[in-house]
Design a protein around this ligand. Structure first.
Ligand code: NAD
Length: 440
């Protein structure tokens, strides 16, 4: 066995997995559980008051009169007073954006940063150079060019920018770079928001009518192949479908794809050779290649990939572990649609979970038992356009939320302001205290 330190590390590993087990059981989400825990805290304060006075005296030499204030008396001593929250701008903020939605991923957070009153540097992605040049040429013409700057360039420029002190950094892109951004920001205790990627699953339940199934198929196609050829952070990554339904769904997908994509220009191309090669490599594994049931043609000249459907590629293959970010759609079959929940639970928390279903019980179970940045029923991608709900990830898909008022909040500090009057004075706040009379 290793050193004491090793054993302690092992011990803490056990501790954390024990807590995860409790959390995974769902117990801590229950309203009654939460109330009972808060009641427990109150009971502790009431029943152990004397002991609390004792330990505070032992550790800090605190008199019980002062200790009592520590414990509970703040709201009363603050009377009369008014308290409010004042949002204040954070200062000078930096926004990194990604190539796949190169306008929206700049303007959406920029609007929040400006609404909150910040000065802003925008760093568009060098991989969408025409858009970056457009933003650099035009933003200063429409905005206060002294307060809003556009810096063009690639990773090296990004790294140089991160050498500066910022009051907030919003980064949209890969988790790999997101980690570097966060580590650099830590030097100045700069808060960060990371908008990263993930594998967004889509559960497809049997829908009783042909018409509804067709609507679902239209929307799945729109959210996979019709949005930058699947190169979108909230694109559907793979489908979860009951075994018996899979052949019907595949036929409907094929015939609808044929009807929708009558010209090659109706689907975006792959960004560059590197991404084209990455997608082609995903099909290198013979077991994956043999699971292709539709498409699979790659045109290196035009950097286009035919809409491709795979049925049950191995779960340990790259295509089922890395974010696909392209027009390849694996379908994974489950015995019962409800089994999808057990499939999702141990996997990394995605940016979005989608489900096409009319089953309210299933919807509630998905909401309650899985975790993701967002959940959308009977559609996909469209949640991005709603300003009334926040957009952002959870766990490895990122943190920090924006859109609508959440963009304003992302770039504001909620300053707590308390205004007291000098009128009423409670003298029990101050010594001398009577040992037997420390309560109000
Ligand atoms: P990218 O190459 O455009 O990089 C994003 C930004 O990071 C660019 O501005 C780039 O110049 C900058 N950058 C790269 N390396 C850097 C470094 N070392 N230091 C500082 N800055 C650096 O985008 P990408 O990395 O190809 O991103 C694709 C990923 O982004 C996918 O995983 C996708 O899901 C995710 N994404 C997430 C969202 C979201 O809102 N959550 C939106 C779009 C894309």
């Amino acid at each position: 066995m290793g050193s004491v330190a090793d054993e302690r590390a092992l011990g803490f590993g056990g501790l954390v997995s024990e807590l995860r087990e409790v959390f995974d059981s769902g117990r801590t989400k229950d309203m009654e559980w939460r109330q009972s825990q808060l009641r427990g805290l109150l009971r502790l304060l009431r029943e152990k008051e004397e002991e609390i006075f004792d330990v505070l005296r032992e550790d800090l030499g605190k008199h019980r009169g002062e200790s009592f204030r520590d414990e509970a008396a703040t709201p009363l001593v603050a009377f009369p007073a008014t308290a409010f929250v004042l949002p204040e701008p954070l200062g000078v903020v930096l926004i990194f954006s990604c190539w796949n939605l190169p306008i929206g991923l700049v303007l959406e957070p920029l609007s929040g940063a400006l609404a909150a009153g910040n000065a802003v540097v925008v760093k568009p992605s060098e991989l969408a150079p025409s858009t970056a040049a457009f933003l650099a040429a035009n933003l200063p013409k429409y905005l206060d060019s002294k307060a809003v700057k556009v810096v063009e360039g690639g990773p090296q420029v990004g790294e140089m920018l991160m050498e500066q002190r910022w009051d907030k950094v919003l980064y949209t892109g890969s988790g790999r770079v997101g980690r570097q951004i966060m580590a650099k920001a830590a030097k100045n205790l700069t808060p960060v928001a990371l908008e990263l990627g993930s594998k967004c699953p889509c559960i497809v339940d049997w829908l009783d009518s042909n018409r509804d199934s067709q609507v679902a198929v239209n929307r799945i196609i729109g959210a996979k192949w019709g949005t930058c050829a699947g190169q979108a952070c909230i694109a559907i990554d793979y489908l979860l479908v009951e075994e018996e339904f899979a052949p019907i769904l595949i036929e409907m997908l094929k015939s609808t794809l044929k009807r929708f994509f009558t010209k090659p220009e109706f689907m975006a191309r792959i960004l560059n050779k590197k991404h084209f090669q990455r997608l082609s490599d995903l099909l290198d594994d013979p077991k994956v290649a043999s699971s292709v049931v539709h498409g699979g043609y790659f045109d290196a000249k035009t950097l286009t990939v035919e809409p491709t459907i795979l049925l049950n590629p191995p779960l340990d293959s790259d295509i089922m572990n890395a974010e696909i970010f392209g027009p390849l759609l694996p379908i994974i079959t489950v015995k019962k649609v409800e089994d999808s929940i057990a499939f999702l639970k141990p996997r990394p928390k995605p940016l979005a979970i989608y489900a096409f279903t009319r089953n309210e019980k299933l919807k509630n179970r998905i909401i309650q038992e899985t975790s993701s940045g967002s959940v959308t029923f009977n559609d996909a991608i469209v949640q991005y356009g709603l300003d009334s709900i926040p957009f952002g990830g959870v766990g490895p898909s990122g943190f920090g939320q924006y859109h609508g008022k959440y963009s304003f909040e992302m770039f504001s500090h909620k300053k707590a302001v308390l205004k007291r009057s000098l009128l009423i004075e409670f003298m029990f706040r101050y010594p001398p205290w009577d040992d037997n009379d420390s309560k109000i």
